[in-house]
Design a protein around this ligand. Structure first.
Ligand code: FHN
Length: 698
């Protein structure tokens, strides 16, 4: 066995290039209530609640029904005559939000369909021209104020009704002649002024529908500036501008506007220090009311998602789509009440807390808040209760001061939970403690600010190798000293190659290693012969290259790939075998050339990838929206889903020669992108050259 390179690497923040408004005093003051609140109610309500997801027999629509069912404006407008939510009760809605433990409400003042739920002097396409004739936003704002909740407006930039909004939907017959987008922007700004002026203090402007090319960065800055000018205390999301990184929702560098990022239907994989963000999520599969969609997340899942989001430093905006009668669906009410019951017991572990100090915990999550002096309260959210009654909190150097169930904290009869040191970890004794599912919260007070030592990082080119592989180990130098003070501890990295935990007499790392067989490397930091970090572990597998295909003579193949072009509306890659292509042909390489329209289309490319030599190949597929790459039947790159241009990489060992390859892709709306690159063994990353692609002769 060779040696490791012991590198005490100062690893900086690895987060993508994310922007944040100038931190400053004003920003923190503006964000203070929102960072304290952590949990809010999203409401998607409008004319689309009337069809409730159904149109001419199709039942999968939502708030996009005007577009997805291609309902002409003049026909969709007629829903206005039927909008009469006689059971709407603003106080009842606010009471349900408060009962759930929510501290703010964001409701659709106008969604993409252009219909306004408020009394606007700039359009008659609003609630005052319906039989209901009441300003719903005014009633809800007043009810929220009475109950001490903040109110916010979701206002769509995209507008499928206003004659000056462009572009038209690609299926519309309505002419775009005479449409003036600047006149539309003036209309939009007039309504934003109404919303920020006529309804009392507004907590949030939650813009959406910013992705079409007619809306520019300049427009975003202008609208953001208007909000700041009219209501300097109102926070504005990043969808006011063009800097949102798709459904992942965070704000890219480049001076884009917005006070917080907006991941949608997903939670960032790790916390993002210093970044304000809010995950918005549906309870079922639709934002707007769909009467048939009973696929609701359980209350337990919603509670764990709330904890997951807050443990990473975010806010959670949970959606309800009310019915046309003005009521929350009973399934939503049931879940709001269940989440509220948990919040009444555990709210202090959510409200005003910050992201926990751990990159990951095997049994749950952690949030934290400072205590008087320099000490810290850690809220340990236990999802998986330890069968042996021992809860191991790994890689924490702090001294424990107090530990009990959150629900017993500050009670005279509080049962203390034992917390003792075991190497790098604190071990809590839970044998006599009853868990409180779905998430039991333990309050662990520690001296000082959290000093967490992560497991060493084991680095190598890939997890698989054909002939041999070099690996190294390192530990984050920042973690080797207490926060903000003291000298870095002097540590030694020790390792094993059989999967066992390194011990104080295990060999010390001292240089790179050359692996020639499948091996599990385990590395741990030791200080004065005592374990100082958790164990870092990584398995490297020796593989045999996938044999190239033989038989069909290469001479019968042409350069390039065969393609099939499909048209349809998908949220994920469809099964193209079950569809009929609108067109077939061949192209030099993977590209968008075969498409016949800007959105709602799919492509499938098939052919052969010529591997120049035996070895491990990294294949890189970038797409907006979803894509996949197969070699033979093996899925090598998974990049499916609705997202901005994101690149995913897969690794496969190939023998020299041709290998059957299939790339699938779909685009729903907005920006498009598709690109294939590779990193052959011993070479650097580059687009796959046409010379490496072949297709069967027609
Ligand atoms: O198109 C909208 C969608 O209808 C819904 O409002 C979500 C909620 O954030 N936002 C857009 C999709 O990203």
């Amino acid at each position: 066995m060779g040696r490791f390179a012991a590198m005490l690497v100062l690893c900086g923040c690895a987060a993508a290039a994310l922007a944040q408004p100038a931190p400053g005093e004003a920003h923190d003051q503006r964000m203070a209530w929102w960072r304290e609140a952590r949990f809010g109610l999203f409401i998607h309500w409008g004319l689309y609640a009337i069809p409730a997801g159904e149109w001419q027999g199709a039942t999968g629509h939502g708030e996009w029904i005007m577009h997805t069912a291609q309902i002409p404006v003049e026909e969709y407008e007629r829903f206005r005559e039927r909008f009469n939510p006689v059971r709407f009760d603003a106080d009842a809605w606010v009471a349900l939000a408060a009962e759930a433990g929510m501290k703010y409400i964001v409701i659709t003042s106008k969604h993409h369909d252009g219909f306004c739920l408020f009394d606007s002097q700039f359009t008659d396409y609003d609630v005052m021209s319906t039989p209901f004739k009441r300003d719903i936003m005014k009633e809800l704002a007043a009810a929220a104020q009475r109950r001490g909740l903040r109110i916010g407006w979701y206002h769509s930039i995209m507008d499928w009704h206003h004659p000056d909004y462009l572009p038209r939907r690609d299926w519309e017959r309505r002419s775009a002649a005479g449409a003036d987008f600047d006149r539309y922007r003036a209309h939009l700004k007039n309504q934003v002024r109404e919303l920020l002026t006529n309804y009392g203090p507004i907590g949030v402007m939650w813009f959406d529908g910013e992705w079409e090319d007619t809306w520019t960065h300049a427009h975003g800055l202008d609208l953001f500036g208007l909000c700041r000018e009219i209501a300097p205390h109102t926070i504005v999301n990043n969808r006011v501008d063009k800097g949102r990184a798709g459904m992942a929702g965070l704000t890219l560098e480049g001076g884009f506007a917005g006070d917080f990022g907006t991941p949608e239907q997903e939670v960032p994989p790790t916390g993002l220090p210093g970044v304000d963000w809010e995950t918005c999520m549906t309870m079922n599969n639709h934002w707007g009311y769909n009467a048939r969609d009973l696929d609701y997340k359980s209350a337990d899942e919603l509670i764990r998602t709330l904890v997951d989001v807050v443990s990473k430093g975010g806010n959670f905006l949970l959606n309800v789509g009310p019915t046309a009668e003005g009521e929350f669906p009973p399934e939503s009410v049931e879940r709001l009440r269940a989440v509220g019951a948990w919040m009444r017991l555990n709210g202090p572990s959510i409200y005003g807390t910050q992201a926990g100090p751990f990159a990951a915990l095997p049994w749950g999550r952690c949030t934290q808040r400072p205590l008087d002096g320099d000490d810290t309260r850690l809220f340990l959210h236990v999802f998986d209760w330890p069968a042996d009654g021992r809860l191991v909190v790994p890689g924490i150097a702090n001294t424990p001061l107090h530990c009990s169930l959150l629900t017993e904290l500050d009670q005279p009869a509080a049962r203390l939970i034992g917390a003792r040191r075991d190497g790098d970890a604190l071990v809590l004794t839970l044998r006599d403690v009853e868990p409180l599912p779905p998430v039991t919260v333990i309050a662990l007070d520690v001296r000082g600010r959290p000093w967490v030592i992560p497991a060493p990082i084991i680095s190598a080119a890939d997890d698989v190798f054909v002939d041999d592989l070099e690996a190294t180990a390192s530990i984050d130098g920042h973690a080797l000293k207490p926060p903000d003070r003291g000298e870095a501890a002097s540590v030694t990295l020790r390792y094993t190659t059989d999967g066992s935990d390194p011990a104080r007499n295990s060999p010390a790392v001292s240089g790179p290693v050359r692996l020639r067989q499948t091996t599990t490397l385990s590395v741990r930091a030791f200080r004065d012969d005592a374990p100082f970090s958790p164990v870092g572990r990584r398995t490297f597998t020796r593989v045999t290259p996938r044999p190239a295909i033989s038989g069909a003579a290469a001479a019968e193949r042409e350069p390039g790939l065969a393609y099939e072009y499909y048209e349809g509306d998908w949220q994920r890659l469809p099964n193209f075998d079950a569809l009929s292509p609108a067109r077939r042909g061949h192209v030099d390489g993977v590209s968008l050339a075969p498409r016949a329209r800007p959105e709602r289309f799919g492509l499938r490319f098939r052919g052969f990838l010529q591997a120049p030599r035996d070895g491990v190949y990294r294949l890189h597929l970038r797409s907006d929206d979803g894509s996949r790459l197969y070699v033979g039947d093996q899925l090598v790159v998974e990049n499916d889903g609705l997202h901005v241009a994101e690149e995913r990489t897969g690794v496969i060992a190939l023998a020299a020669g041709p290998h059957p390859v299939t790339i699938t892709y779909f685009q729903r709306t907005g920006d498009v992108d598709l690109a294939l690159a590779w990193t052959p063994p011993g070479e650097s990353k580059a687009p796959v050259p046409p010379a490496a692609l072949r297709r069967n002769r027609d």
